[in-house]
Design a protein around this ligand. Structure first.
Ligand code: B16
Ligand code: MG
Length: 224
């Protein structure tokens, strides 16, 4: 297949919730912090943190507990949570790769379609290394390379520039509505991973990458 004649030339992937199942470790670490601070933090509350940066996540957590703190304390608590999270992900491996993700990444490589990461996480390299996913990426843009959080389009614009593909030929795979909005603001196509109830702005939604293939992707993207 000659990809230069097809609409999609690059796939930009969010990490947590799209390629790997790290949300559970974020939850464990945030819950541990809430326990220490003396309030309850549920899995339902945790849904609000998906795709959100570390400091913005802490603000949401403190709002749940109705706790007000000064900036220095907040920075110290975010660091504490991150140390626990880093400890949890230090032992993760390929078994945390979400269904269908590896097969789809392998297929994209075979077709010569560029692949970039667009993640808010500052721990993305540790996760990709532990899951042995690094060789599948032509570019890796994560929270250490960006200044603005999703829904700002920066992370995806940098990804497209790194693989030298113009935005209209890029498709973003995201599990968070803020990430879908970032894709739209970047002028890119979008596929939501999750439910149409929450990913209302996505062009197309699948429940996991198990439902995706290069042939299906090009078909979906050429019919819009
Ligand atoms: P860190 P993504 C996001 O990853 C997570 O979904 C979100 O829960 C987390 O707060 C954020 O990364 C920052 O992560 O604390 O490791 O820098 O979905 O953008 O891949
Ligand atoms: Mg995500």
């Amino acid at each position: 297949m000659n990809t230069t004649n097809t609409p999609i030339q690059a796939c930009l992937f969010d990490l947590d919730g799209v390629l790997v199942d790290t949300a559970k470790y974020h939850f464990l670490a945030w819950k541990r912090l809430a326990d220490e601070l003396g309030f309850e933090f549920t899995e339902n509350d945790n849904e609000r943190l998906k795709g959100v940066s570390r400091m913005a996540s802490l603000d949401i957590l403190l709002e749940v507990g109705n706790v007000q703190l000064d900036d220095a304390t907040k920075i110290a608590l975010a660091e504490k949570k991150n140390n626990w999270y880093v400890e949890y992900i230090s032992t993760m491996d390929e078994s945390e790769i979400l269904p269908g993700a590896l097969t789809f990444l392998q297929e994209l490589k075979q077709y010569g379609i560029k692949v970039a990461l667009g993640s808010a996480s500052k721990n993305a390299m540790t996760i990709l290394n532990n899951a042995h996913l690094v060789p599948y990426f032509d570019a890796i843009i994560d929270g250490t390379k960006t200044s603005y959080a999703k829904p700002d389009p920066e992370v995806f614009i940098l990804g497209a520039e790194a693989v030298q593909v113009s935005p209209e030929h890029c498709v973003v795979f995201e599990d968070a509505e803020a990430g879908i909005e970032a894709a739209l603001r970047a002028g890119m196509r979008s596929i939501g991973i999750g439910s149409t109830n929450t990913l209302t702005q996505a062009e197309y939604v699948v429940s996991s990458l198990e439902e995706m293939s290069v042939e299906k992707l090009q078909r979906i993207m050429s019919t819009k």
